[in-house]
Design a protein around this ligand. Structure first.
Ligand code: PLP
Length: 389
């Protein structure tokens, strides 16, 4: 049974009434435009002509040979305009906002990557943009703040609470309610109350739709395993979606184990979390002893989120997908390895998926195929990794 806005028992919409009013309008608009051929065509045109899709499915021959097992393919989301998969989602939501008659996009951001993506879409579509960011994060991410400003966005410092992401989320919701007439809240991952998880999935599913066609053309068969890193889960759900109906394709999500699960310093929602309500949805998240949201940690800002999208919770509990922890040090080793073997500097987030593939490939025969989602490029991470040496 599938109730609207739910994936099995997960998802839903656990928000105050004033926000539910907004969500209902959004749901109505999205239900309409997802079936609107002109809207879908315009979205596809932007993906092609602006984001640069389709992204390549690249056979990593050097890595495959060196690891001595399965053939490894990389889905190159790092080659998209702005350097990651996030552009797919922001273009979709910004286009929907315009159709709804909105002139202003708001977003919250932690490390700044989603803020930069949202500011990009706003600039392209001629919309106003305001990004809420914790004062502490603004200090740590000065270059991304400047990028957003270059793109014409206003960055608003949030000084309440711990002055980080969760406070920025609260402020963005408050602003959405306050300026309902012209403002659209653009969410950055497949998380939050309905309809966001499903809508973001729909804007990201192009990743697997392309990959399915590309692997059939290259190999004439299905992959054995599809692998992606998980923060909120948008690149992973985009990478999984078209393969879900094929049970012979194993789906594996790699979550951030940080300094190790037992250290308590991680962001592994499935490995170490429990089911509850977080950010308006029912899903797994990292909890304190009293059921609150735990402080989480990962070397990668994009995976440093306490929860995970509800569709992943459903895929896990139904046994269709598996989720594994990958530590900082495994990810850093993979980051170095792919740079040397393939000449690709990938995002430290994506390196989590790659680290798992490096363990998995040697166990499999040379006829088998793994596809890894390379969710982004690593220019943003070079300075930090350099500092570790
Ligand atoms: C934001 C980000 C992620 C994590 O977000 P998901 O919603 O889980 O995909 C992963 N990789 C990169 C490169 C990112 O920028």
């Amino acid at each position: 049974m599938r109730t609207k806005g739910y994936f099995g028992e997960f998802g839903g919409s656990f928000v105050p009434d004033v926000i539910q009013v907004q969500l209902d309008k959004l749901t109505e608009a999205y239900d309409y435009y997802k079936r609107d051929e002109i809207f879908q065509q315009e979205f596809r045109d932007l993906l092609k002509n602006y984001a640069g899709r389709p992204s390549m499915l690249y056979f990593a021959e050097n890595m495959s040979r060196d690891l001595g097992g399965a053939r490894i393919y990389l889905k190159r989301e790092d080659l998209n305009h702005t350097g990651a998969h996030k552009i797919n989602n922001v273009l979709g939501q910004a286009l929907l906002a315009k159709r709804m008659g909105k002139t202003r996009l708001i977003a919250e951001t932690g490390a700044g990557q989603h803020g930069v993506a949202t500011a990009t879409a706003a600039a392209l579509l001629g919309m106003e943009c305001e990004v809420f960011m914790g004062a502490e994060d603004i200090r740590r991410q000065a270059v991304n703040v400047y990028r957003m400003q270059l793109l014409g966005a206003k960055v608003t410092s949030v000084v309440t609470g711990t002055a980080t992401l969760k406070d920025a989320v609260d402020q963005a919701f408050a602003e959405w309610v306050r300026r309902d007439d012209d403002t659209f809240y653009l969410l950055g991952s497949a998380v939050g109350p309905a309809p966001y998880p499903e809508m973001v999935r729909d804007f990201q599913k192009v990743i697997s739709e392309e990959a399915l066609e590309q692997i059939k053309a290259a190999e004439g068969k299905m992959p054995n395993e599809v692998i992606a890193c998980i923060g909120g889960g948008s690149n992973a759900i985009g990478m999984f979606h078209a393969f879900v109906p094929y049970p012979e394709v194993r789906l594996v999500g790699c979550e951030a184990a940080g300094k190790g699960i037992s250290s308590g310093q991680h962001a592994a929602s499935f490995t170490a979390g429990k089911v509850g309500i977080i950010h308006g949805m029912k899903t797994y998240f990292c909890q304190t002893e009293t059921g609150g949201i735990a402080d989480v940690y990962s070397i990668s800002a994009g995976l440093d989120y306490p929860g995970v999208g509800p569709e992943h919770a459903y895929l896990k509990d139904s046994g269709r997908a598996e989720y594994v922890p990958v530590t900082d040090s495994e990810a850093v080793a993979a980051f170095h390895y792919i740079a040397k073997t393939e000449g690709i500097i990938c995002a430290i987030e994506s390196a989590h998926a790659l680290a798992y593939a490096m363990k998995e490939a040697p166990k499999r025969s040379k006829e088998e195929i793994l596809i890894v989602c390379l969710s982004g490029r690593g220019d943003k991470d070079v300075a930090e990794i350099m500092g570790m040496n």
